[in-house]
Design a protein around this ligand. Structure first.
Ligand code: SAM
Length: 337
């Protein structure tokens, strides 16, 4: 694969580098914001599972940008948490920590000097094992951990955005399947037994819960986000690091509810129709006679867990000689996700 190949295939990958984003997933948060106005009135924001940092970049540019335009009075504070180290970003405090630990919640609160956050976002993904069920289970646990941290740090009325596990809670349905009355709709919907369960459980903590699919998230992937607005936990709920979504006190088979009690999960596709379609290939925009100019990645991850594997492969130290393919000489890491 040549250097321009991924640039040609993936418009958001190319744009991410051109616009200086560390990962193409920046566009997902930007498009979610277009739909939900996530950043209005936000002074304290938390980015969980932040590395390599494109969502933190969006928070930094958007929140501090407003501040610089004089639209903000309070000081903006942004905290980014990840297991991995991340290259620094202006106005973003980093915590290298685990979102399943209560100590991480405490550290966030310390940074906000006891004030609650207005917005928590989480684009967490575990290292995949390749065992589908295990991966989905871990992704589900990550969402629960994110919700737990959120219940410690988010202000009442605040917003939580997270990525639920793919196949477990949200099932992809062929494009021909109806529904979704939204002008930006791609015509594809998510549904399934467990999305109803997840939605209903999150509704215990939030006034509004919507499943949203940004246009930069490939239609061919089951990825979607839950946008949970107006944080209002059940009365008497004490934040803890247990698993609130598996609390049997709330057990109801939501799929059995009928008539007016039926649970319908709102779904929105975000990013207007003029936005690039992430599943299409767009030709490189070249002025006549001009050569394609490669843009290097904005900020490769520092100390990623796969660093040793790359070193071994690059230096031909892997046990299997044939494990090194001729196209794997480039030591390059571009925008991910
Ligand atoms: N939103 C990021 C961006 O825009 O650059 C990309 C996030 S990446 C898809 C997922 C991240 O989740 C990884 O960096 C990984 O280290 C992090 N992660 C996974 N489990 C975690 C945990 N328990 N605590 C903190 N971070 C975690």
């Amino acid at each position: 694969m040549g250097r321009s190949s991924k640039d040609k295939r993936d418009i958001y990958y190319r744009l991410a580098k051109e616009e200086g984003w560390r990962a193409r997933s920046a566009f997902k948060l930007l498009q979610l914001d277009q739909e939900f106005n996530l950043f209005t009135g936000v002074n304290r924001a938390v980015d969980l599972c932040a590395a390599p940092g494109s969502w933190s970049q969006v928070l930094s540019r958007k929140l501090r940008g407003l501040e610089e335009k004089g639209e903000k009075v309070e000081e903006v504070k942004i905290v980014a948490v990840d297991l991995q180290a991340m290259a620094p970003l202006p106005g973003v405090t980093q915590i290298q920590g685990d979102i399943t630990k209560v100590s991480t919640a405490q550290e966030i609160i310390r940074h906000f000097e006891g004030q609650p956050a207005d917005l928590v976002v989480c684009d967490g993904a575990p290292d995949v094992t390749g065992l589908h069920d295990v991966d989905e289970y871990i992704q589900a646990q990550l969402l629960l951990a994110a919700l737990n941290i959120t219940s410690h740090v988010l202000k009442p009325g605040g917003t939580f955005v997270a990525k639920p596990p793919g196949g477990q809670y949200i099932h992809y349905v062929a494009p021909t399947t109806i529904q979704v009355a939204h002008p930006c709709s791609t015509g594809k919907i998510f549904r399934g037994k467990d999305v109803t369960l997840l939605y209903s459980q999150l509704k215990l903590f939030f006034g509004g819960v919507t499943c949203a699919k940004p246009r930069s998230s490939r239609n061919s992937s089951i990825e979607a986000f839950v946008v949970c607005q107006n944080y209002s936990p059940p009365e008497g709920y004490v934040p803890n690091m247990s698993n609130p979504l598996l609390d049997h006190a709330y057990d109801v088979d939501f799929n059995q509810l009928e008539g007016p009690n039926r649970v319908i999960v709102p779904f929105l596709a975000c990013g207007d129709l003029s936005a690039f379609d992430s599943d299409r290939t767009y030709p490189l925009q070249l002025d006549s006679g001009k050569q394609y100019e490669y843009t290097p990645p904005t900020q490769p991850p520092i100390c990623p867990p796969y660093q040793q594997a790359c070193h071994l492969r690059k230096n031909n130290l892997l046990s299997r000689e044939d494990a090194k393919r001729p196209d794997q000489n480039q030591d390059e890491t571009g925008p991910t996700a």
